[in-house]
Ligand binder design. Structure first.
Ligand code: AMP
Length: 409
């Protein structure tokens, strides 16, 4: 079975086309600047070969049409007919409390995903557009939704409720949902394999550190707490997002500076975090370069980033009464050995000790970076959300095919 995995954003679509026989990625790529006549398709195929095409792509329908025609292109395509696409798996950001697992997309599911738009107005509408476009362009091909929030639906009320009037939850659905669930799930399952145990037998802390950052406490294969909350703004310091702040700051800024709610929303989401503190960039590579050259504000940004992360690691260690492993993943977690080193320094008190050389040498690859004497294993595990989406899609479509066969027989 060959599966198309789609991640539809506001002006970009990322795709992977995976053969499930051996989980081989046959092709992958992205279209950026959708909505303009200068949209850029970058397509990778056959072990590193690539093609780049600039064209007019006004909307998601056209973009997905381009993805399909690229996959069947005679020069750089990987299939001869679109009928070889047996299923489509979609990353959907918000499933609210309606979805605790991946699901086959039916008319009823589409309605529920649509209902979740008010919880993720910046993301779900584009996921929804991608689903509609595939229904038109690949009629009869089953589609599956894999939600960023689903993995965290196992959190207990003590983790997901805020200490505000209960009616805000009951009537208005205000609670912690958590995000990056597919990534936390992938790396925790992979950690279980590395520890030669089942996910149900281990307790781990997973740090997804990219442009967006979140950390999760995962006990016996189930997420029991995570740092992102009602929206992806809460928790760790991120590229441009502030993470945890005193909510009263919002009222203070509004009254003192006369900013509107949407201006403050913009300030906290787009101009805070590493960029806001350093005044340099949201790109950690640039900040580390400046820090290592002696820039104090860059150092302050890095120190605050690592300090917040360290506090969460210790909190989750405490709530789980100890852990088997700590995992770093995503752009920063996989590549920034300096961040891992600063964060883990002084955590010997909870049994974490890095091996300096292993940490330095593990960049963008999987590996154990803790010292032999460390009581807790520390791993770098490159994330792979697409493989989880393709596996869930395959499982659901195969179950659907079995049921249909039984009904026919
Ligand atoms: P992601 O959202 O997972 O693509 O991660 C993006 C973040 O990873 C950005 O802040 C990058 O600066 C950071 N990043 C990527 N590669 C490196 C690297 N080699 N060293 C430090 N940070 C990196």
């Amino acid at each position: 079975m060959k599966i198309l995995v789609l991640n539809c954003g506001s002006s970009s679509i990322k795709y992977q086309f995976i053969s499930m026989t051996n989980e081989k990625v046959l092709a992958k790529g992205q279209i950026e600047r959708i909505g303009t006549n200068q949209a850029v398709l970058t397509h990778y195929f056959e072990d590193g070969k690539s093609a780049k095409v600039v064209s007019d792509i006004p909307d998601h329908n056209k973009a997905i049409e381009v993805v399909i025609s690229t996959l069947t292109n005679t020069d750089y395509g990987v299939i001869s007919d679109k009928q070889e696409i047996k299923a489509v798996g979609h990353r959907v950001v918000h499933g609210g409390e309606k979805f605790a697992n991946s699901v086959l997309i039916t008319a009823a599911v589409k309605d529920k995903i649509h209902d979740c738009i008010e919880l993720a107005p910046l993301h779900n509408p584009h996921n929804f557009r991608g689903i509609k476009a595939c229904a038109e362009l690949l009629p009869g091909v089953p589609q599956v939704a894999v939600f960023d929030t689903a993995f965290h639906q196992t959190m207990p009320a003590t983790s997901y409720l805020y200490a505000i009037p209960y009616s805000e939850y009951q009537v208005h659905n205000v609670r912690r949902y958590g995000f990056h669930g597919t990534s936390h799930r992938y790396v925790s399952e992979r950690a279980a394999k590395l520890l030669k145990k089942k996910p149900e037998q281990i307790k781990v802390i997973t740090c997804h550190l990219g442009n967006g950052c979140s950390i999760s406490a995962i006990e016996n294969g189930r997420s029991i707490d995570t740092s992102m909350g009602f929206t992806p703004l809460e928790g760790l310091v991120m590229g441009t997002r502030c993470g945890d702040i005193d909510p009263a700051i919002i009222f203070y800024i509004a009254s003192r500076q006369g900013l509107s709610l949407s201006e403050i929303d913009n300030l906290l989401n787009k101009h805070s975090g590493l960029e806001g503190i350093s005044g340099i960039s949201n790109d950690l590579r640039e900040i580390l370069k400046q820090m290592n050259a002696g820039n104090d504000r860059a150092k302050l940004a890095v120190d605050i980033f690592c300090y917040r992360l360290k506090k969460y690691i210790c909190a989750y260690f405490g709530v789980m009464n100890g852990v088997d492993a700590l995992i770093f993943t995503a752009g920063i977690g996989e590549n920034a050995d300096q961040i891992r080193e600063i964060t883990c320094a002084g955590l010997e008190c909870i049994g974490i000790k890095l091996d300096a050389a292993k940490n330095r040498n593990t960049i963008g690859t999987e590996g154990l970076i803790s010292a032999k004497s460390s009581k807790i294993d520390v791993f770098v595990i490159p994330t792979n959300e697409e493989i989880i989406i393709s596996r869930d899609t395959r499982k659901i479509v195969e179950a659907m095919n079995r049921t249909n066969r039984e009904i026919v027989e």
